[in-house]
Design a protein around this ligand. Sequence first.
Ligand SMILES: *[C@@H]1O[C@H](CO)[C@@H](O)[C@H](O)[C@H]1NC(C)=O
Length: 353
Amino acid sequence: MYFTLLSAVALASRACAFPAQPEARAAAAGVQFVGVNIAGFDFGCSIQGACDVTRISPPLSNLGGADGVGQMQHFYKDDGMNIFRLPVGWQYLVNNKLGGTLDSGNFGRYDQLMQACLKTGAYCMVDIHNYARWNGQIIGQGGPPNTQFANLWSQIATKYASQQKIIFGVVNEPHDVPDIDKWADTVQEVVTAIRAVAKTQMIALPGNDWTSAKMMPTKSGPALLKVKNPNGTYDGLIIDVHKYLDSDNSGTHTECVTDNIGDTFQPLATWLKDNNRKAILSETGGGNTDSCKKYMCQQLDFLNQNSDVFLGYIGWSAGSFSSSTYELSEVPTKNGNSWVDSALVKACFTKKK
Ligand SMILES: *[C@@H]1O[C@H](CO)[C@@H](O)[C@H](O)[C@H]1NC(C)=O
């Protein structure tokens, strides 16, 4: 999601009761992956890909932050979740040195979260939360050359080459990228760099328009479909999409107005089938409200019913957000030795085994 100034100041806590109907949802065959984002290492990243590394908030209690490790263990054990997306700013990973090597201290802290994620048994997705940019400049289109971004990925893939459960999410929410074919070239360079060291892990390919699920078939999709593995196959190359359910699809409002099925997920499913590809919804979310529970459960049911093309979905967001003030909080709270889920997670995100 884009963490705007507006959303940062317009914090409001909402809560209400709504009877969940898990029995009805259990009938669908179901997607492979259900999970939540564990945000915090991305805090301070603007939609211009400018990340103020002093504002990160590692979701690691041993560093004085939120208990992201406990959250993941709870989600995995109690809710059957099996994927977590771990956003991080590019600047943080290289300690502000564009083109530099991974900063051992900063990468080491991020890796603590990654290792804790893997230890749960879940799949874990790296997300470079940079909106296709470094400090306002678009990668490969006036900003850092593709080689610099591919080099970042080469270093990350080298560290994680032996971990089959790590998914490489190329970059969060490209937007206002002028040339989609050039953007596909950028993604191709990243894929080629990753595949030089990590042959089989999944790589999530993001399109323009904030990775819009709605725009994918017509806008970004045709260009992204050309991105290949070095051997010419598409194995492991999955389409990354985001979608929110509020009035402007921004993920900043607590009320939801649509299930996104008719105008987004149905056409996307058809497009994926036609092109023999699969997608992951790596961000979706809403407030802990009746409207969001209703529409979110409907949306996710549709994905479950179309699990031939939808690999899964990942809610936004748990991690370092405040469970009491963040509009889209999926942060569970601790009650003695047990965890209590947010209303939306409880209603729609628990995976039926
Ligand atoms: C082609 O490359 C992909 C990605 O490295 C790999 O998963 C797949 O097994 C390869 N296929 C063949 C036929 O070599």
